[in-house]
Write a protein that binds this ligand. Sequence first.
Ligand SMILES: [Zn+2]
Length: 96
Amino acid sequence: MALFNPGVSECPICNRVLYNNDARIGTSMFINDRKDKFWRYSDSCMHKQCFMNWELRKEFIERYNKAQSNYIMNDDGTLTRIKKWWHILLPGFMKN
Ligand SMILES: [Zn+2]
């Protein structure tokens, strides 16, 4: 998950600084290509409100979910861990 530095980290959508008490969402690194239009949103923290009003949100979530194997991003930016068949067959195999 992106490193969050309160008062320093900037929201890539509005370019304003993020503070501890801001509702926010974080993404992990999933795009390495700096030329990709979503590169700056990969491995970043964003204001939750910016994210919810972002015109590219649905497209971003689609990209994120194609790249991730352990989590899916929900419509509101929250993450849900995907249960794999071995989690079901071997409960306790992966606790987190
Ligand atoms: Zn913002």
